[in-house]
Structures are given as C-alpha cells and as structure tokens.
Design a protein around this ligand. Structure first.
Ligand SMILES: Cc1cc2nc3c(=O)[nH]c(=O)nc-3n(C[C@H](O)[C@H](O)[C@H](O)COP(=O)(O)OP(=O)(O)OC[C@H]3O[C@@H](n4cnc5c(N)ncnc54)[C@H](O)[C@@H]3O)c2cc1C
Length: 321
C-alpha cells in the first residue's frame, strides 16, 4: 500500500460522509456498534463532573465521594491516566474557542469558586468512546466512521501538547488498555533476516511500565522522561526521545497498525516500508491506529547514584558546584 493511498483513505474517513453529526446517530446504530466491540462502547462525561451541580446547564447531584477523590488527585498524572476524560494539560478538555468545559482550580482543586454556580460542559470530551482491547475493535470504529461520517479521535495518555488526542463530537478510540509486553532475546521483524534484542509493547503501555519490564529482563529501553507517556502509538508518531543511543524513533523495529481502510498491517524495514518510514514521526493518528510496536533494547548499564542532602548557603553551594 502506498502512502498516497493511505493518506487518501485517511482523508476520506474524516470528510467523505461528514454530514452526520454524532448527535444524530440512532440508538440502534450505537447498539450495533456496541455489539461489534463486545459491549465496550462507553459514554464519557467530563473528568470533574462529580464536583458540579449543573451539567450542560441542567441541575445534577454533586457526587461528594467521587469529587473528593478527583480534588485530591487533580494534578496526579497516574490518576488522570486511568480516565478517558482526563488530559495531562487540562485546557485540552475544554473547547478553547468558546471557553466551555468543566475544570477545577488547578492551584487549589478544592476552591469552591470554580464550581459554584458554574455549569460543567462537555468541552472537547467525546461523548462516546471505545475501550479498545484488540485490533478488531479499531476495525469496528473505522467501519462505523466510514458508514456514518462521524469523525474519530485517538487517545492514549492524553499527553499531546497540542491537544490532538481530542476532537469534539468525535467517537473516541481509547488505546490505554492495550496492555501487552513481550521480551525477545532474538526478534526478527516479519519477512526480515536480522534479529535483535527487543521488547514489544501494546499501544497503551507507558514509559514507566516498559522501563520496569526492561529492567526485569536486564535490558534498557530508550524513552522519554515523563513516566505516564505512552511508549508506543502516540510517541512513535510524534516524539523524539534521547540522544545517547540515537533517536527513539530510529530504534523502532516493527509496528502493527490498523489503517483507515480496516486492514491490520505489519510495517517494518522489509514490508510496508513507506508506511514504516512515515509512522516514525509522521504525527499522531495520521496513518491509522497503532496496535503495538517493537523496539530495540540495550543490555542494562549499572547506574551509580549519590543522594546528597544539605542546607544550601552562599558558600557551600559554590563549593558544591
Ligand atoms: C509532561 C510531558 C513530558 C513529556 N516528556 C517528553 C520526553 O521526555 N520526550 C519526548 O520525546 N516527548 C515528551 N513529551 C511529549 C510526548 O511524548 C508526546 O506528547 C506524545 O505524543 C504523547 O503520546 P501519548 O500517546 O502518551 O499521548 P496522547 O495525547 O494520548 O497521544 C498523542 C498523539 O498520538 C495519537 N495517538 C495516540 N495513540 C495512538 C495510536 N495507538 N495510534 C496512532 N496515534 C495515536 C493521538 O491521537 C495524539 O495525536 C512530553 C509531554 C508531556 C505533556
């Protein structure tokens, strides 16, 4: 498949039958989609809704217990990671052109001024999403989009600095629960001949998870610093990583991806090579939904760490530096 074909299919998915709004989809259509993904079609409300007494300007009950947990963990990346509705930068949960959303005060999440008399609105949060567990779920999402014209959005951890894991009134594809990890002492990319020491991660695995898994296998995985960033789909498409062993994207050996035409493809240096090239830096979600990726790893290097604590003064600081 050439890049041109993929790109066109991608464009078609977004625009060809764009007349149907997600709000016009019938109950029967949602039920059919839900059945095709084994009941994992979910509705989504804003992350902080439990703290509000109005939702879309209609009175609702505050859920004190849920609100208290959200207030206590409002800025915790690990807490946010577990929610489809939460982003790492809260502004991407809102529709910024209308300033419509559902946010607490990030400095003091218990500040009542943020919630009292204020309506919690849907903002950029997709009203429906699929909790993806297998490639077939992604294929069902693409088929639904092709049939209805409802746009799709892909969210993993929600770290994207430009908010590209959100699109208002889209059907969300949530990859967080693609949670597989496999260590290979000898990994040969399909149709290739050379083998490598490697780790395969599902698209929902975070850096922290893969660092620990690599360590358990006496290996070192080269990635970014924020523990909750996804190590596969979004990062491979958009990010750069560290320089000691070269760029992270150059260490990817193979990617399994569902393209907008519904195919599950394997891309590596020996097949679908143009797609493989494009996926490593081509932008999140541009060419399809990544299911898993396999990365070259290194033998673990012993690390010496000294933890020093002292009260800094003008003189001892200078001496220390
Ligand atoms: C606090 C913070 C620290 C960071 N530190 C680093 C760092 O040290 N090094 C570095 O290189 N980068 C860093 N980044 C940037 C980060 O790597 C990128 O934002 C990356 O795109 C996040 O990917 P994600 O899947 O975790 O996030 P998401 O926001 O969920 O996704 C990012 C993009 O990829 C798309 N996407 C997600 N999953 C898939 C998939 N399975 N298939 C196709 N597309 C998908 C989304 O639609 C979106 O466009 C940092 C970002 C933050 C907010």
């Amino acid at each position: 498949m050439t890049l041109v074909t993929i790109f066109l299919v991608s464009l078609l998915t977004q625009t060809a039958v764009s007349s149907t709004s997600i709000l016009d989809i019938s109950r029967a259509q949602w039920d059919a989609l839900n059945a095709s993904v084994s009941g994992r079609l979910r509705t989504a409300t804003p992350f902080a809704l439990p703290c509000f007494s109005k939702y879309n300007n209609v009175s609702v009950a505050v859920n004190e217990a849920a609100c208290s947990a959200i207030q206590a963990n409002y800025t915790s990346p690990n807490f946010r990671l577990e929610s489809f509705s939460a982003n790492m930068n809260v502004e991407y949960e809102t529709c910024m052109s209308t300033n419509s959303g559902c946010l607490l005060d990030t400095v003091d999440p218990r500040n009542p001024l943020a919630t009292q008399g204020t309506s919690c609105n849907q903002g950029e949060i997709s009203p429906y999403y699929i909790d993806i567990r297998m490639a077939a779920d992604i294929q069902a999402a693409f088929q639904f989009a092709r049939q209805t014209g409802v746009p799709l959005s892909i969210k993993n951890s929600g770290h994207d600095y430009m908010g590209r894991s959100r699109r208002r009134n889209s059907l969300g594809i949530w990859t967080h629960n693609l949670q597989s990890m496999t260590y290979h002492s000898q990994f040969t990319p399909a149709l290739c001949r050379t083998s490598y020491r490697a780790i395969t991660v599902g698209a929902g695995i975070t850096f922290e998870q893969v660092y620990e898994f690599a360590d358990d296998n006496d290996s070192m995985f080269i990635g970014g610093y924020a523990q909750t960033i996804g190590a596969s789909g979004g990062v491979v498409d958009t990010a750069f990583w560290r320089l000691l062993f070269g760029l992270g994207v150059d260490r990817v050996l193979e990617i399994k991806i569902v393209t907008p035409d519904g195919q599950l493809l394997t891309a590596n240096a020996c097949q679908n090579t143009d797609l493989f090239w494009a996926l490593r830096g081509g932008g999140g979600g541009t060419f399809g939904v990544v299911v898993e990726s396999t990365h070259l790893v290194e033998q673990a290097i012993p690390l010496q760490v000294i933890n020093m604590t002292f009260i800094p003064t003008d003189t001892n600081l200078q001496e220390f530096f």
